[in-house]
Design a protein around this ligand. Structure first.
Ligand code: DLL
Length: 437
């Protein structure tokens, strides 16, 4: 297979050189960080008063972790390293407490970010002859503008359609011959359901591939989207604190996400002991950005659980690959004392072909006990008025789930297209238990 590289020298750089490059860039970032009101005292307390106090990559471990809580404490300007006149864009994520975490960019920061996203897009085989429909939220969320810039950098025709309005999305695809789309995996499944409902034939579209990310999804969901739409789906990982998309992406081998190590330093730690895990083991991803001046971010705890593949990738890139994100340490469900992740439930559901494209996990208090209900749509070809096959399907889902998560859920089957769909990231879990319980 002919692999395509946006910047072969960087993407295939031998590891010793890549690490030397990381060290050089880390020192530059430390210089920026020392100009922020948040990091200056922290770095000082760790004995780092100038970039030259960092002599090896191991010195990074002298710096304390940065958390979402720190970002909120530092709101709005605590992480800014340049005069305000030099920043040209901000992005923010609202989170649950109402105080946004905000990242600022100068014009060079934006140019560099566009370069990383372009690298991801190009590496999947795209070129300037592609027509790219960016079906994800624009605005403060980084997915819209981030991919917009990356797509333009590659030279594709970018259709900034944003998320939602499926009928218009399908019209745009037909009118302009869209070959590539970007969306959350849940929105891609929704578009497919709507296509079927509207009688739009797959063959009437020029679609070849999709970038899917911004929320966790299983390998079975990827396969399902690929099968239903007859396209290649590439996993895309990013986080707003690290610019947004463009942090890690699958190449044409579709076997793990190359994390761009000339732009980010990754550590995987045990979230309880905060010590590094052994190479290949699962833990929490901690990231340090090496490609942004206006808002440096050192050892940021992402809460995302993943690990590195240890064997090299067939594409020849030397940047290590992350495994699919299994979930976040803070979205683990504890049900009557048993731990489970929503991603385990999704894996079971999406592997059953009679199950439809949308589901919802509900956790409630019932007396003193927790009660887990899994509501799932039935696929259009399996929905029937006859109760017997549906009862059998419900029982099959229940026992498979029980075997996977060691919790016996209540299973509800719903007609296709009846569970709520969100336009941005899917809301898959409704936990109504009192918070202090
Ligand atoms: O979701 C940035 C992004 C935009 C990524 C478009 C990919 C495509 P945030 O809103 O800050 O930024 O959310 C980041 O989303 O910590 C993960 O928990 C989750 N996430 C993002 N990509 C993936 C993925 C953007 N491919 C948070 N698989 C992260 C699993 C993902 N989870």
């Amino acid at each position: 297979m002919e692999y395509q590289y946006w910047n072969p020298e960087i993407e295939k750089m031998p590891r010793p050189r890549l690490e030397a490059l990381q060290l050089e860039k880390l020192k530059t970032e430390i210089g920026y960080a020392l100009r922020t009101s948040f990091y200056a005292p922290r770095l000082g307390a760790a004995g780092i008063k100038s970039p030259d106090d960092i002599r090896s990559l191991d010195d990074l471990r002298r710096i304390p972790f940065t958390t979402k809580h720190d970002l909120r404490e530092g709101f709005p300007w605590g992480f800014l390293s340049v005069p305000k006149e030099e920043i040209v864009r901000l992005h923010a994520s609202s989170g649950t407490t109402g105080i946004p975490t905000t990242i600022y960019f100068d014009s060079e920061d934006l140019r560099r970010w566009a370069g990383y996203v372009a690298r991801c897009i190009y590496g999947t085989g795209c070129s300037k002859s592609d027509v790219f429909q960016n079906m994800i939220t624009y605005g403060l969320f980084t997915g819209g503008l981030g991919f917009n810039m990356g797509g333009e950098e590659v030279g594709m025709l970018v259709i900034p359609s944003g998320s939602g309005n499926t009928a218009r999305q399908l019209r745009l695809m037909r009118d302009f011959g869209t070959t590539v789309v970007h969306a959350t995996p849940s929105f891609l499944l929704h578009v497919e359901s709507k296509m079927r409902e509207a009688g739009v034939k797959r063959e009437s579209l020029a679609l070849k591939r999709a970038f899917a990310g911004a929320e966790p999804y299983s390998e079975d969901t990827r396969r399902r989207i690929e099968r239903l739409l007859n396209i290649d789906v590439y996993n895309s990982y990013g986080i707003s604190e690290m610019n947004g998309p463009g942090v890690a992406f699958e190449c044409q081998c579709k076997n793990g996400l190359h994390l761009w190590e000339d732009g980010y330093i990754a550590e995987i730690i045990n979230p309880d002991t905060l010590e590094p895990v052994r190479e290949g083991e699962t833990g929490e991803l901690v990231l340090t950005i090496l490609c942004r001046r206006a808002t440096p971010m050192l050892r940021y705890r992402t809460r995302d659980l993943t690990g590195f593949y240890t064997e090299p990738c067939a594409c020849g890139r030397t940047h290590r690959r992350l495994r699919r994100i299994a979930g976040r340490s803070d979205d683990m469900l504890i049900i009557n004392g048993v731990n489970g992740f929503p991603s385990q439930i999704e894996e079971v559901l999406m592997a059953i072909k009679e199950v439809g494209n949308n589901y919802l996990i509900v956790v409630e208090k019932e007396g003193v006990l927790d009660r887990l209900t899994v509501k799932t749509e039935v696929g259009p070809d399996s929905f029937t008025d006859d109760a017997r096959p549906l009862n059998a399907l419900r029982e099959r889902i229940r026992t498979t789930l029980q075997a996977s998560i060691s919790i016996s859920p209540r299973v509800e089957l719903h007609e296709p297209g009846t569970l709520p769909v969100s336009e941005g990231k899917a809301v898959r879990v409704k936990d109504t238990r009192p918070k202090d319980a």
